[in-house]
Design a protein around this ligand. Structure first.
Ligand SMILES: [Fe+2]
Length: 386
C-alpha cells in the first residue's frame, strides 16, 4: 500500500456471531443491566415465529418486553411518531430491531425520537441529531442490508412522498447479533435478492474511490464468501453453514461500504426505488453487469481480483481479459439464482429514463464510482439494463 496515504475506518458496533444466540438474548441483556425492552420487528418477522423464539427466554430473566410492528415495509414518519408514543409510555431502556432493513430503520428512528424532540425531517443528512440515543441491538433475519453495522435510517416522509436518509454516528447499533439459525428456511427468492445486494455492497465499495486497505480486504473476503455460499444457501435454505457464511459476508460488506461508500448501481437503484415498487436487491442485480462493463476500464486490476475470488481461472490472460471474467462470473451467478436480467421484465418504462437519471444524480452516491461518471454515463447503464 501507499505508505503516505491517510485513511480512517469506523465501525463502533460490537459484533456477536453465535448460532442460537438470539434465543439467549435475555441473558445478554440482563448482563448489560437492561430490563425493559422495546422490540421492533415488521409483521412478517412476527408471523415467522422468530420474535417468539427471541422473547421465549425473557420471562425467566425478568425482562419485560413490548413488541412494536405497526409500520410499513418502507417505514413512514407517521408510523414512527405513533410508535414513539408507545416507547415513551413504556419507559423502555433498550431497542431491539429484528428483521431486515425496515425493522432496523424503524428501530433507529424510534431511538432518535426517544431523546430528540424532532421533527425527524430536521435530521436528514449526516450528523444532524443533537442528542445521543438509547442503545440499539440489531438482529438481522436476512443476509443483505447490513443495517446492523451502519449508522443510517431510511424513512418515508408520507406527507411529501419523499424518502429521506438520516445518518449519524449515534445510530450505529450498540450490538449486532448475528444468529444464522434465524435465516433458516428463508424463501429462495429472498436469499437470492438480499444476497446479491450484499455482493453488490462489497463490489461497489471494493472499486470505490473511497476504498482503503481495510475496506478492500473486507470487501474482497465478502465477495469470495458470497460466491462460494450463495448458491448453496439458495438451493438449500436449511444449510446453516451457508446461511452463517452469507450473514457474516453481508456484515463485512456493510462494514466496507459504510466507510468506502458505494457507487453508480446504488445511485440508480435508489432512484428506481422511489419511482417503482421493486425489490432493492433485484434492481441492483439487473444493473450490475452493465455498471461493471462501464467501470471496468477504470481499474482492470481490481476487476481481475474480483474474477479470481469468484473462482474464475484468469491464469495467463491479459489484464483486460482477466478483468472481463468478473462480468462473466456475475452473469453465471445471476442465471443460477434465476433472477431477472433486464428491466423490461419488471415494467420499468423507457420514458422514465431522464427522471431516473436526474434523481440518481441528486443522490450523489455515484460520486465514488471509479470511472468519472456523468449523467450520460448513468443513462448508458440504465438504457443497457432496459
Ligand atoms: Fe443495497
Amino acid at each position: 500500500m501507499n505508505i503516505n496515504r491517510t485513511f480512517e475506518f469506523v465501525c463502533p458496533t460490537k459484533i456477536i456471531f453465535e448460532v442460537g444466540g438470539a434465543e439467549r438474548l435475555g441473558l445478554k441483556l440482563t448482563a448489560l443491566g437492561w430490563k425493559n425492552v422495546f422490540l421492533v420487528a415488521d409483521k412478517g418477522v412476527v408471523a415467522s415465529g422468530v420474535v417468539e423464539k427471541i422473547t421465549s427466554g425473557f420471562d425467566e430473566t425478568g425482562i419485560s418486553c413490548v413488541i412494536f410492528s405497526d409500520f410499513e415495509t418502507n417505514p413512514t414518519i407517521t408510523s414512527i411518531i405513533a410508535g414513539s408514543k408507545v416507547f415513551k409510555e413504556n419507559k423502555s431502556d433498550v431497542l431491539v430491531g429484528v428483521g431486515g432493513g425496515s425493522s432496523m430503520d424503524a428501530a433507529k428512528a424510534l431511538a432518535i425520537l426517544a431523546t430528540n424532540s424532532g421533527p425527524l425531517q430536521d435530521y436528514e443528512g449526516p450528523n444532524k441529531i443533537p442528542n445521543p440515543v438509547p442503545p440499539i441491538i440489531a438482529i438481522p433475519t436476512t443476509a443483505g442490508t447490513g443495517a446492523e453495522v451502519n449508522g443510517s435510517s431510511v424513512l418515508t416522509d408520507d406527507e411529501r412522498k419523499y424518502k429521506l436518509s438520516i445518518r449519524s454516528t449515534y445510530l450505529y447499533p450498540t450490538i449486532a447479533l448475528l444468529d444464522p439459525s434465524l435465516l433458516r428456511s428463508l424463501p429462495p427468492k429472498v436469499i437470492a435478492a438480499t444476497g446479491m445486494d450484499a455482493l453488490i455492497h462489497a463490489l461497489e465499495s471494493y472499486i470505490s474511490l473511497g476504498a482503503s486497505p481495510i475496506t478492500e480486504q473486507l470487501a474482497l473476503a465478502s465477495i469470495g464468501s458470497i460466491a462460494d455460499n450463495i448458491r448453496l444457501f439458495y438451493a438449500n435454505p436449511d444449510n446453516l453453514e451457508a446461511a452463517g457464511n452469507m450473514l457474516l459476508a453481508s456484515t463485512m460488506a456493510a462494514m466496507s461500504f459504510g466507510n468506502a461508500r458505494l457507487g453508480c448501481i446504488h445511485a440508480l437503484a435508489h432512484s428506481l426505488g422511489g419511482l417503482y415498487n421493486l425489490p432493492h436487491g433485484v434492481t441492483c442485480t439487473v444493473l450490475l453487469p452493465h455498471a461493471m462493463e462501464h467501470n471496468l476500464i477504470s481499474d482492470p486490476d481490481k476487476f481481475s481480483k474480483i474474477a479470481s475470488v469468484m473462482g474464475e481461472n484468469i491464469v495467463g490472460l491479459s489484464r483486460i481479459d482477466a478483468a472481463k471474467h468478473s462480468i462473466s462470473a456475475v452473469k453465471k451467478l445471476i442465471s443460477d439464482l434465476e433472477l431477472p436480467t433486464q428491466f423490461r421484465e419488471l415494467s420499468v418504462r423507457e420514458e422514465d429514463v431522464p427522471q431516473i437519471v436526474e434523481n440518481a444524480i441528486k443522490t450523489g452516491i455515484h460520486l465514488t464510482s471509479p470511472r468519472n461518471i456523468s449523467s450520460e454515463g448513468l443513462e448508458s447503464i440504465i438504457r443497457a439494463s432496459l
